[in-house]
Design a protein around this ligand. Structure first.
Ligand code: ZN
Length: 472
């Protein structure tokens, strides 16, 4: 009988060669992941940053949670019967709110190459076309696991590779099984014809039966709109983008669109002219934006999402964070794609936002760490329309929070906690993560997802996708 080691070697070889066809396609294990129960919990004696302007920071305070909601925040709370988590040496704050991320292509981590033909767009197109529905599951589950591990409790899953209804189903299944809070935005497939609408019947079906997908209200639905920009398959025809947009408005779901990421682009001006702006239309990037366009965004109330690491890496330029904030535009921070950014580290994203803005302004004092932390929490939540539920630690809100261990070397010595979070903290410092009162990371380890299994299956899925795409 072959030894276990030989067996594993053979399995690896088959996976690498992609020889076994369907049998080698990694399917998710069939038992659905059971999410942890929502215990009644009290976190004792932590440094609590509520991100609620009225309450501010509370050194040596408690947070009491029950049935997935925050019951109280304060000193010496009475919480008899609640499970006690020791908060000594811990920073407690709301979970991070991420505002635009192509989670499906997390399998393509760091795959944007060094030549034009291997850049992000051709890579996402070629490999996206080779995806099976199960690869959507694998990519999105990997992204959700990385998000939770790094303290991101809300994601905007901008799903633009829905090649059939099953692709959306598999993507949603990954979100549900991870326990994360998310907006799932339904988009076109990679390479979708520019003169055709998305599958509007499928979008409508999902919207009408959303309760089956919402994971008890954790997930909501939106439209990942191609808009008026030029994509890999050319400019989307006006008839197609109009029908997609109108369908979302009819269904009452929010819309999100990439715009103005290249010098000379005036897509936002066009959106304003054609009456496509509004509070329900999130605009992504807008790195090249005129004064009139900023005024239009502010006037119509459009939130904006910036993703410094992809904007810098791909050459979209510098996010005009200061201009958006000065105009009062709701602003959120985003990962966009780990094919370009490499990782989904919200601490690094915050640091980049502050450093780029201060560098542009040639000022040490332009953008404060506290303001950046707001963008990653309460302000990001406002920009996604979920600030009534998450983004700050207040009684009545849902219990989405994180705990960071300040005893780790890179956080040791306690100075200004907002500065520490933006400048010094890393995902490895995230000790505990809760979403809707469920503990999804504890003492540095994911609880609902098996990190080893997620990584192993994602690796096998990418290997098969590359094989099918002939992309090495
Ligand atoms: Zn994007």
């Amino acid at each position: 009988m072959a030894s276990r080691r030989e067996f594993l070697r053979d399995v690896a070889a088959i996976g690498a060669l992609g020889l076994s066809g369907c049998a080698s396609v990694p399917h998710a294990e069939s038992d659905p992941v059971k999410l942890p129960e929502r215990d009644e919990i009290v976190i004792r004696n932590a440094f609590v940053m509520t991100m609620d302007q009225k309450t501010g920071d509370l050194p040596d305070a408690d947070v009491h949670l029950r049935n997935g909601a925050i019951v109280a925040v304060g000193r010496n709370l009475r919480a008899g019967g609640a499970l006690v988590i020791d908060g000594h040496g811990m920073l407690v704050l709301p979970g991070f709110v991420e505002t635009h991320w192509h989670m499906w292509n997390a399998l393509l981590r760091s795959m944007s190459g060094d030549k034009r033909e291997y850049g992000y767009f051709p890579t996402a197109l070629a490999l996206g076309r080779a995806y099976l529905p199960s690869d959507m599951y694998q990519g999105t589950r990997l992204a959700a696991a990385e998000a939770l591990n790094g303290g991101i409790t809300f994601v905007h899953d901008w799903c633009h590779n829905i090649r059939s209804p099953q692709y959306a189903e598999e993507d949603l299944r990954a979100l549900r099984e991870s326990g994360i809070r998310a907006r799932f935005s339904y988009g076109a497939a990679q390479g979708h014809p520019a003169d055709r609408t998305i599958d509007l019947a499928d979008l409508e079906r999902l919207a009408r039966h959303w309760a089956a997908n919402s994971n008890e209200g954790l997930l909501s639905l939106g439209l990942a709109w191609r808009g008026v920009s030029t994509g890999a398959s050319g400019s989307v025809s006006a008839s197609a983008y109009r029908q997609d947009f109108d369908a979302a408005r009819r269904l009452g779901i929010p819309i999100s669109v990439h715009a103005n990421n290249r010098k000379g682009s005036d897509a936002i001006a066009l959106l304003a002219r054609e009456k496509y702006l509004g509070k329900d239309v999130q605009v992504i990037h807008a790195t090249w934006v005129s004064q009139e366009e900023i005024r239009a965004l502010a006037e119509y109330g459009d939130p904006v999402s910036v993703s410094p690491y992809t904007e810098l890496r791909i050459g979209f330029g510098f996010p005009p964070t200061g201009e958006f904030l000065e105009a009062g535009i709701p602003l959120g921070l985003s990962v966009d794609t780990t094919a370009l950014s490499g990782n989904a580290d919200m601490f690094a994203i915050m640091k980049a936002i502050q450093n780029v803005e201060n560098g542009r302004a040639q000022s040490e004092f332009k953008l404060t760490a506290r303001r950046v932390l707001e963008l990653a929490t309460i302000e990001g939540a406002r920009s996604m329309g979920v600030a009534d539920r998450v983004g700050s630690l207040e009684p009545g809100k849902r219990a989405d929070l994180i705990m960071l261990n300040t005893r780790d070397l890179n956080l040791a010595v306690f100075s200004d906690p907002a500065h520490m979070l933006v400048e010094a903290a890393q995902p490895a410092n995230v000790d505990t993560v809760m979403v809707d009162g469920r503990v999804l990371k504890r003492e540095g380890k994911l609880t609902a997802l098996d990190a080893g299994q997620v990584a192993r299956e994602a690796r096998a899925a990418l290997s098969a996708v590359r094989q099918r795409a002939g992309w090495w």
